[in-house]
Design a protein around this ligand. Structure first.
Ligand SMILES: *Cc1c(COP(=O)(O)O)cnc(C)c1O
Length: 233
């Protein structure tokens, strides 16, 4: 079956999914932020999304972020792994980084933000899927809190919350386990003294699992294919 909807139609469908998922669990649809993950998509698709009302775009490669952001007047979020030698592009073009998972990256982002005279919102990525190849701090509250305390000491970084990617191809039980692991880490780091407002944002849920994520407390969902269609590369 060929489904060739344009971005505006897909956006309306995604917003409806978010609204239904939120109201099912007694939450306001507006309590869920939508990030349009535009990786591999051409500028024309991003322009279509922008015209349809998308305000926030996400990229997973710094190089692609630096290529697209100058042409699209929107808020840009880095959701993919960042090598320290790419921190400069991120500090320059992103408003937020959701994939912070180690101290050398915290240092690099702080330094590049000083140079660019910018401030970044930061989420700590947690590896809830426990797959060795995945990025993120292990889903262990003391390790996550240690990274958070380092971020808290950097004046150019504003700690906002936690991000995770559920196990790829996992069933509903496994996906929920990942999301619950993130909310458990959120509670535990608060108990260890991290201010609640610094861990308030929970970025979890993508095209295939945003309903489960919202049911489990997501305040941000990162949606690519459901908005733009299949990726071209
Ligand atoms: C690609 C990507 C997404 C979006 O995935 P879809 O399944 O296309 O919605 C979300 N988060 C991250 C970190 C990604 O790399």
């Amino acid at each position: 079956m060929v489904t060739d909807f344009g971005v505006p139609t897909r956006l309306a469908q995604v917003r409806q999914r978010i609204a239904r998922a939120a109201s099912t669990v007694g939450r306001e649809p507006a309590s869920v932020r939508l990030i349009a993950v535009s990786k591999t998509q051409p500028t024309a698709a991003l322009q279509e999304a922008l015209a349809a009302g998308v305000e926030t775009f996400g990229e997973n490669r710094a190089q692609e972020l630096a290529a697209k952001a100058p042409n699209i007047p929107a808020t840009w979020v880095m959701v993919g792994p960042v090598q320290t030698n790419k921190a400069r592009d991120v500090a320059r073009w992103a408003s937020e980084v959701q994939s912070v998972d180690r101290i050398d990256l915290v240092d690099a982002l702080q330094r590049r933000c000083e140079q660019a005279d910018r401030v970044l919102d930061v989420l700590v990525q947690v590896n809830t899927s426990r797959e060795a190849a995945k990025h993120g701090v292990p889903d262990d509250a003391s390790q996550v809190a240690a990274v958070m305390r380092e971020i808290g000491r950097r004046d150019r970084l504003r700690l906002r919350g936690l991000m995770t990617i559920a196990t790829r191809g996992g069933d509903e039980t496994e996906t929920r386990r990942c999301f619950r692991s993130l909310t458990a880490v959120q509670r535990a780091v608060q108990d260890s003294g991290i201010p609640p407002e610094s861990v308030a944002d929970l970025s979890m849920g993508m095209s295939g699992d945003l309903e489960l994520a919202i049911a489990e407390g997501a305040t941000t969902v990162r949606v690519g294919t459901a908005l733009f269609g299949p990726r071209t590369s």
